[in-house]
Design a protein around this ligand. Structure first.
Ligand SMILES: Nc1ncnc2c1ncn2[C@@H]1O[C@H](COP(=O)(O)OP(=O)(O)OP(=O)(O)O)[C@@H](O)[C@H]1O
Ligand SMILES: [Mg+2]
Length: 248
């Protein structure tokens, strides 16, 4: 079972878009996928047009088994959604022993027979929920938009993962940095992409180009593969799915 967190403390860089596209794409490749929404904004539900009856709150606090919390979105794709109550859950988790490993503990009984992939959409913060994701996941994909401020934050995110691995004796691997919202006509985008490729050599994946279809798709509660299957967004995310499957 592969556990992948889609994480970056910077907001609005394409984490949710990447989570939905990756999870949907893997499910269409006949992989059984569980999507966990670790963000109280609950954006995954909007994107997929579906919420689960039980939420991340029930999973983390009431210890309802993940298989029971998850609702089927489509064939092979399952979701545990979130809402405002997740912030309350985080407050409760703060007071618990081993608070950084609560997600790992509640997911302990979930096996390869249940799901082949667990994809986590993380919030834009350095929160306890993100720390839980970093300790449950064994792979991280870091979406980072191709602009200066994102680039500055990227090294911080990687340092944070190193620090978390060292402190908790974990070995979360950054499997890729995903440049997003890339526009080759924009000089800054070109510069930042080449900086990413220089500085994070071997880790920087093919960019996701800027594409209005990716912005429109959630409004129709559709993945990019259903909303605009031949769009640039769909083409680029297909490459990401191939990359993830190649790593098996
Ligand atoms: N490649 C792209 N081209 C154009 N727009 C994009 C692209 N990727 C994402 N977007 C849009 O940018 C906005 C932010 O994307 P998204 O919600 O995926 O980011 P996020 O990192 O999850 O944000 P947050 O930190 O708030 O959770 C959304 O409106 C989304 O539709
Ligand atoms: Mg998001």
């Amino acid at each position: 079972m592969r556990k992948i967190c889609i994480i970056n403390q910077k907001g609005g860089v394409g984490k949710t878009t990447t989570s939905v596209s990756l999870a949907t794409g893997l499910a269409r490749k006949r992989k059984k996928v569980l999507l966990l929404d670790l963000d109280s904004q609950g954006n995954l539900s909007t994107c997929l047009g579906k919420r689960s009856e039980k939420t991340m709150y029930n999973l983390l606090i009431d210890k309802v088994p993940a298989t029971e919390c998850a609702s089927e979105v489509e064939k092979n794709l399952y979701l545990v959604s979130s809402d405002n109550k997740l912030s309350e859950a985080e407050g409760i988790m703060m007071g618990k022993p081993n608070r950084e490993k609560i997600l790992s503990a509640v997911m302990e009984d979930v096996s390869e027979d249940d799901f082949e992939f667990i994809i986590m959409d993380c919030p834009p913060s350095l929160s306890l929920l993100n720390q839980n994701a970093l300790l449950f996941a064994d792979e991280a994909i870091i979406p980072s938009s191709t602009e200066s401020l994102s680039f500055v934050g990227l090294q911080k995110m990687i340092d944070l993962i190193d620090e978390s691995n060292n402190t908790f004796d974990h070995d979360l691997m950054v499997s890729g940095i995903l440049p997003t919202m890339f526009d080759k006509r924009n000089k800054i985008c070109m510069q930042i992409l080449s900086k990413m490729e220089d500085e994070f050599n071997g880790m920087t994946l093919d960019p996701i180009r800027i594409n209005s279809k990716l912005i429109e798709a959630p409004g129709h509660s559709k993945s990019i593969f259903d909303y605009a299957r031949s769009s640039r967004g769909a083409q680029d995310y297909r490459k990401l799915i191939e990359f993830v499957l190649k790593n098996e």
